[in-house]
Design a protein around this ligand. Structure first.
Ligand code: ZN
Ligand code: ZN
Length: 433
C-alpha cells in the first residue's frame, strides 16, 4: 500500500494547478448556510467530470457521490462543508451578500475534490467504498432564514449534518473524515456541544416618568436573569467545560416607556450531552426566578444546537501515521475545544475525524482569517485524505473493519430524543394581575 500512497501523492502534485483553480473559485464565491447554490453546482460539476453519479438536493444544497471497489468492506466518507459566514469586511467577501470564507470551508471542499481526483482511478485496488459528501450550513448562522426554512417544512435543523442524519444520508456510512482550515496541523480530542436559547420576558408597558409603578419592566427581568446566570459560573464543574454567552437582542423600544418585552439570545455550551442539559436547566431556573421576582412572564425557546464532538482515537492515529509518513510531521493533539461543530452530531453516531490543516492566519470568523500557504492549507490535507483512505481500505480494509466495529457513543433513537429536548418551548407566567 506504500506504493499506492506514493502514486496518489505524485498525482496530487501533478494536478496542483487544477486544485489551485478549484480553491480560487470556491474562495471567491462564498455563500452562507442553505444558500450555497453556486458552490454546490461547482462541486457537482467537478465530481461529474470524474465520471461520478452525484446525488443532489440533499438538505437543499448538499450532495454526495460514491465510488465502489467491488470488494466487500466498510464505506468511508470524505466530507467538506459548503458554507461561508457573513463577514462583509473580509478581503474575499461577496460584494452583494457580505458572505466570506472566514472559516476557510473552501479549503475543505478543495481537499475533498483533490482526494476524489486521485482516488477515483485507483478504487479497484482497495476494498469497500468511499462517499464524497458536501454538506451545507455548518455555521449556525442566518437563523431567521433558517427558521423560515423550518417553518416552511423544507428542513428540520439549522445544521446541515443533523439534517443529513435525519434524511438518512449517513445511514450506510461507517466512518467520516474531514479536515478543517486552521493555523496548525492537529486533531482536537473533543469539542463542546451547545443549545441555542431564546428567552422572551414579558411585562407591562407604562410611562417611565409619570407612573413607572404601573408597569412590569421586562428589561429589568432580563438584566437580573443575566446577573443570576453570571453568579452560577463557579457552580459548574471544570471538567464539563461549561460556557454560557449571549446578547440582549431586545431591551425595549423607547427610553420613556417601561419595556413590556425584552429578549435574550444565549448559547449554553458544555463537553457532554448531560452537561449541556444540566447547564440549560440552571439557565432556565435563573430566567424563571427573574420573571417570578418581578411578576412578569417568560417564554423559554430551545432553538436546537449541536452535540458535543468526540473524536475517534483510532482514526486520529491513522491520520497521525500518514502525516509522519508524508512529511515526518507530528500531529498535534490540542485536547478539548470550547467551540462547537455539527461534526459533533455525526461523531455521536459514527466514528469521526475532525482534523485541522495549517496554512491560515488571523482569527477564525474574523476579516483577517485568510489562507497564507496553499501547500499546507489544501495540498497537504488532500494528500492526507487520500492516504487515510488507502490506510483504511487497503489490505482488505482490515483497519476500516476494526474501526467500523467499535461501539457507537449513541444510538439514533437516543440522538433524536436529545435533539427533541433541544427544540422544546415552555412559558411561565407569574403576573398576578
Ligand atoms: Zn466556523
Ligand atoms: Zn468551520
Amino acid at each position: 500500500m506504500k506504493n499506492l500512497k506514493q502514486t496518489l501523492i505524485a498525482e496530487i502534485e501533478a494536478k496542483k494547478d487544477e486544485i489551485s483553480a478549484i480553491a480560487d473559485f470556491l474562495l471567491k464565491n462564498p455563500e452562507t448556510g442553505y444558500k450555497e447554490f453556486k458552490t454546490s453546482a461547482f462541486v457537482r460539476n467537478e465530481l461529474e467530470k470524474l465520471g461520478l453519479q452525484v446525488k443532489t438536493d440533499l438538505a437543499i444544497t448538499g450532495l454526495r457521490a460514491d465510488i465502489d471497489s467491488g470488494r466487500p468492506g466498510p464505506k468511508i466518507a470524505i466530507m467538506g462543508e459548503l458554507d461561508a459566514l457573513p463577514v462583509p469586511s473580509h478581503p474575499f467577501a461577496d460584494q452583494q451578500t457580505g458572505a466570506a470564507h472566514a472559516c476557510g470551508h473552501f479549503a475543505q471542499l478543495t481537499m475533498m475534490l483533490a482526494a476524489a481526483k486521485v482516488l477515483v482511478p485507483v478504487i479497484k485496488e482497495l476494498s469497500g467504498s468511499i462517499a464524497f459528501i458536501a454538506v451545507p450550513a455548518e455555521e449556525f448562522q442566518s437563523l431567521e432564514y433558517c427558521r423560515k426554512l423550518i417553518a416552511d417544512g423544507k428542513i428540520s435543523y439549522c445544521g446541515g449534518k443533523p439534517e443529513f442524519i435525519k434524511q438518512g444520508v449517513f445511514d450506510d456510512i461507517d466512518m467520516v473524515l474531514l479536515i478543517h482550515a486552521g493555523h496548525d496541523t492537529f486533531t482536537p480530542a473533543s469539542f463542546n456541544g451547545f443549545c441555542m436559547k431564546q428567552i422572551i420576558f414579558k411585562g407591562r408597558a407604562a410611562h417611565g416618568g409619570l407612573s413607572p409603578w404601573a408597569g412590569i419592566n421586562a428589561a429589568t427581568m432580563a438584566r437580573q436573569a443575566l446577573n443570576m446566570i453570571d453568579g452560577q459560573r463557579d457552580t459548574f464543574n471544570d471538567k464539563d467545560s461549561v460556557r454560557i454567552h449571549g446578547i440582549i437582542s431586545d431591551g425595549g423600544n423607547a427610553v420613556n416607556v417601561v419595556p413590556a418585552r425584552a429578549e435574550l439570545e444565549l448559547q449554553v455550551r458544555a463537553k457532554t450531552p448531560e452537561a449541556v442539559k444540566s447547564a440549560c436547566s440552571v439557565v432556565d431556573r435563573c430566567v424563571k426566578a427573574a420573571a417570578m421576582a418581578f411578576g412578569g412572564s417568560v417564554e423559554i425557546h430551545n432553538l436546537g444546537g449541536y452535540m458535543p464532538y468526540q473524536g475517534c482515537p483510532e482514526l486520529n492515529a491513522v491520520h497521525a501515521e500518514n502525516l509522519k509518513e508524508l512529511c515526518g510531521g507530528v500531529l498535534g493533539d490540542f485536547g478539548h475545544r470550547g467551540s462547537s461543530t455539527d461534526m459533533g452530531d455525526v461523531s455521536m453516531l459514527i466514528p469521526a475525524l475532525h482534523a485541522y490543516s495549517g496554512g491560515f492566519s488571523g482569527s477564525p470568523h474574523a476579516k483577517d482569517f485568510v489562507m497564507v500557504d496553499f501547500e499546507l492549507a489544501c495540498i497537504q490535507g488532500a494528500k492526507l485524505l487520500a492516504m487515510d483512505a488507502v490506510s483504511l481500505l487497503g489490505s482488505n480494509a482490515e483497519k476500516a473493519k476494526a474501526i467500523a466495529s467499535l461501539p457507537k457513543i449513541m444510538d439514533k433513537k437516543t440522538y433524536f430524543e436529545y435533539k427533541e429536548l433541544l427544540s422544546s418551548s415552555e412559558e411561565f407566567d407569574y403576573d398576578q394581575a
